[in-house]
Write a protein that binds this ligand. Structure first.
Ligand code: AMP
Length: 542
């Protein structure tokens, strides 16, 4: 017997029309290089309607890829809706990618048009001859003075919008499984791979950010996404904000901790999200600012050091909301929220819970699998294994079927490449990436765990641990440590700090002091770069 409920497509037009109809009075602030601009959601929606017909004028095909090379701005949010609501596919390009990778991605996705912020034009323009399918470049004026190239392919965003008639009526997407947006993985090995989000996955994922055990986004919130809009749809925040009807603040090109903290204070932001690096930079600035309106600092993309979360709790009474996920998981897969069985814990024990990656959010299934035997591991916080994920916003394959087999199991689960333990309540504690694990004498050492312990040292700003070759043990850990400005630290002090905290055989064989941990284009520790730097490193036996 079939259920007798209406089948309505779960698609982004619903999110657009809901925002336009009920939340037109809400504000969208974008910080510029010199000043900030404010529009209402009603004005934004009118511009989305004009942009929809601009895409027709530019002759973008029915499911053509619309590239964006933009900061976090209200105009980027226009593209976030106009492309998918007209059946096109929003393709957010990472503005920090190496030129070769960018060329590869644009050609692989077959972008037909690229919208670019004027301040980013000097980065993009030298590459345009590599782009094989792009017919138009639309420059969005963000106050920068970069000259416009004399080229018939170049258009001015505002001129196009002014000349366009607004789309009238209701956007419709009949097939909820059709593509809405795509984003390439950062690609630490091999070529980047395209993750293609569907309308259905985008809507369901947005909905999860409204749940009480998630961010609980509501109409009363003011949200500032620090996480770039070119990275996994800014963790779904823009669509979640429009669905909930929040006010929004976009930081624009100035992503310094000083600029972000000033915006958080000025606009009484209640919810924000970004990778640990940005929050580390902001920590010393907290005492000079009133952030009393903040209720959620979503943090993920890399392990959130316990000491960072505790630093915020001590300074402003608000620890981080730790989440885990990846581009392939839209990205939100787990969130670390205190549960009723944590009620009697001490503050220190609660901090330990928050340092975990947390429980799967509703509709996401996880399992722990021993990569060598393929056996499912028990959830007892002792056994480690690779996390595999399944759910309606988890990738089933990459664009053009790449990476098949390596990344997806025969029964349709995503191999995340993250190694973890899980407790009896389903709370994940990430130990490492499969490729970053250090195998010493046949036993695994978790580099992420070691890093967290080193970063708990009050004089340490950042630390990354990598495997280096060892004549007897095959691999041993090397700690690369960044000391806080004005402090001094010795290798012996680092080891002495670790001794009571980790097993003896986990202690790094060497400590190297470096100026900065190299970062990937999305702000994560680039262990690949460190491994290259210390490739010839030899620690001596024993
Ligand atoms: P990306 O697809 O570039 O967002 O990278 C996803 C990867 O980032 C994951 O597979 C993890 O290795 C790492 N990651 C994301 N969130 C966390 C977290 N909360 N803790 C530790 N690692 C994380």
């Amino acid at each position: 017997m079939l259920g007798l409920m209406q089948h309505r497509s779960l698609a982004l037009p619903h999110v657009f029309h809901r925002a336009e109809q009920y939340f037109g009075h809400k504000s969208i602030v974008t910080a510029g290089a010199q000043d900030e601009s404010t529009t209402t959601v009603a004005e934004w929606a009118q511009r989305v309607r004009r942009l929809a017909t601009v895409l027709d004028t530019l002759d973008v095909s029915a499911d053509g890829r619309v590239g964006t090379f933009c900061w976090n701005t209200g105009r980027h949010l226009e593209l976030y809706m106009a492309a998918p609501c007209t059946g096109r596919v929003l393709h957010t390009l990472n503005i920090r990618l190496f030129p070769d990778q960018l060329g590869y991605i644009v050609n692989h996705a077959e972008d037909e048009v690229v919208f670019v912020d004027r301040s980013l034009l000097p980065v993009l323009w030298p590459l345009v001859d590599k782009f094989e399918t792009v017919r138009h470049f639309v420059v969005i004026d963000d106050g920068a003075v970069a000259p416009l190239p004399e080229d018939p392919r170049v258009h001015d965003y505002e001129e196009l919008l002014a000349a366009a008639a607004p789309f009238e009526g209701t956007f419709t997407i009949d097939d909820e499984d059709s593509a809405a947006a795509m984003c390439y993985t950062s690609g630490t090995t091999g070529n980047p791979k395209g993750v293609v989000y569907s309308h259905r996955s985008a809507v369901l994922h947005a909905l999860i950010s409204l749940t009480a055990d998630g961010m609980a986004l509501s109409e009363r919130d003011v949200v500032l996404p620090v996480v770039p809009m070119f990275h996994a749809n800014a963790w779904g925040l823009p669509y979640g904000c429009l669905l909930a009807g929040t006010d929004m603040v976009f930081p624009g090109p100035n992503m310094t901790p000083q600029a972000i903290v000033a915006l958080l204070e000025k606009h009484r932001v209640t919810v924000t999200g970004g990778v640990p690096t940005i929050w580390m930079g902001m920590l010393p600035l907290l005492p000079a600012h009133d952030l009393s309106a903040l209720r959620v600092i979503l943090c993920g993309g890399s392990a959130v050091p316990r000491v960072l979360s505790e630093g915020y709790r001590e300074a402003i009474g608000l620890p981080m909301l730790h989440a885990w996920g990846m581009t392939e998981t839209s990205p939100i897969a787990t969130m670390s929220v205190l549960r009723s069985h944590h009620a009697t814990l001490t503050e220190a024990e609660r901090a330990d819970v928050r340092a975990r990656q947390g429980q799967p959010v509703p509709l996401v299934d996880l399992r722990l699998v021993d990569p060598s035997t393929g056996e499912t591991q028990p959830w007892d916080d002792a056994a480690t294994g690779e996390i595999q994920a399944a759910g309606p916003w988890i990738a089933a394959q990459y664009y053009r079927g790449e990476g098949e087999g390596a990344q997806f199991t025969d029964d349709g689960w995503l191999r995340t490449g993250d190694v973890a333990t899980v407790d009896g309540y389903g709370s994940v504690r990430l130990v490492d990436r499969t490729k970053d694990l250090i195998k010493s004498g046949g036993e695994w050492i978790g580099s992420v765990e070691l890093e967290n312990e080193i970063m708990a040292h009050p004089k340490v700003a950042e630390a990354a641990v990598i495997a280096v070759p060892h004549p007897k043990w095959v691999e041993r850990p090397l700690a690369c440590v960044v000391v806080k400005p004005g402090e001094t630290l010795t290798a012996e002090e680092v080891i002495a700090h670790l001794e009571p905290r980790v097993a003896k055989w986990w202690l790094p064989d060497a400590v190297e002091f470096i100026d900065e941990v190299p970062k990937t284009s999305v702000g994560k520790f680039s262990k690949k770069t460190l491994r290259e730097k210390f490739g010839g490193y030899q620690v001596t036996a024993p």
